[in-house]
Design a protein around this ligand. Structure first.
Ligand SMILES: [Zn+2]
Length: 169
C-alpha cells in the first residue's frame, strides 16, 4: 500500500486509542474473510482511499456540496462517513451490540481501526467478515443517502452468509 495512504489513515486514527496496524495483514484481510468480489473490491478501495466522498466530489467539481449525505452537517471525509458521522455512530453501536449476541462474533474492541478493517491480527475471520458487511452497508446506503440501519444490515448479513433470516430476527 502506498506510504501516503498509510500516513493519511494514521493521521485519521490519531484521535483514537493507538492500535497496532499491520499493513500487510490489513491488505490481505478482505481476501481472507470473504469470497464475495464486491466486498473484496469495496474494502480494497476503502483502504486505498479510492471511495469517492462528497468532499472529493465537491473538490473536483462533480458535487455541489461537500456535506455528508447522512447528517448533512459536516464535510464528508472517509473517516466521517464510515465512523464519525453521528448517524454512522448509532449504526456501529447497534451492530457491535448485536454481534455480541453471538459468542462467535464477540469482539474485544469497537475501535475505528477494527471496525474499518485495519488490523494486526487476521484470526477472527468471522468477526472481520461481519464488520466488512457492516462497512459495505454504510457504503451502499451512501449512494442513495438514507442513514445506515442496523435492521437492514441484519438481513444483508444473513443473506451474504447464506443463513436463514429467521435466525437473526
Ligand atoms: Zn455525517
Amino acid at each position: 500500500m502506498p506510504q501516503r495512504n498509510q500516513d493519511k489513515w494514521i493521521s485519521d486514527f490519531q484521535a483514537y486509542a493507538v492500535e497496532e496496524i499491520d499493513w500487510s495483514k490489513t491488505c490481505s484481510l478482505p481476501f481472507l474473510c470473504t469470497r464475495k468480489s464486491k466486498l473484496r473490491i469495496f474494502q480494497f478501495k476503502l483502504i486505498h482511499r479510492r471511495i469517492s466522498t462528497n468532499r472529493y466530489l465537491f473538490k473536483v467539481g462533480i458535487s455541489s456540496s461537500e456535506q455528508c449525505s447522512f447528517c448533512e452537517n459536516t464535510s464528508e471525509s472517509l473517516l466521517h462517513l464510515f465512523w464519525e458521522c453521528p448517524k454512522t455512530k448509532v449504526f456501529w453501536n447497534e451492530v457491535i451490540k448485536w454481534l455480541g449476541n453471538f459468542s462467535c462474533l464477540l469482539t474485544k474492541s469497537s475501535s475505528p481501526q477494527l471496525c474499518l478493517g485495519f488490523v494486526d491480527d487476521t484470526t477472527a475471520l468471522l468477526v472481520h467478515h461481519a464488520l466488512l458487511i457492516a462497512r459495505y452497508h454504510i457504503f451502499g446506503l451512501n449512494q442513495c443517502t438514507p442513514p445506515p440501519l442496523a435492521r437492514t444490515f441484519h438481513s444483508e448479513f444473513s443473506d451474504l452468509l447464506g443463513i436463514r433470516k429467521t435466525l437473526f430476527t
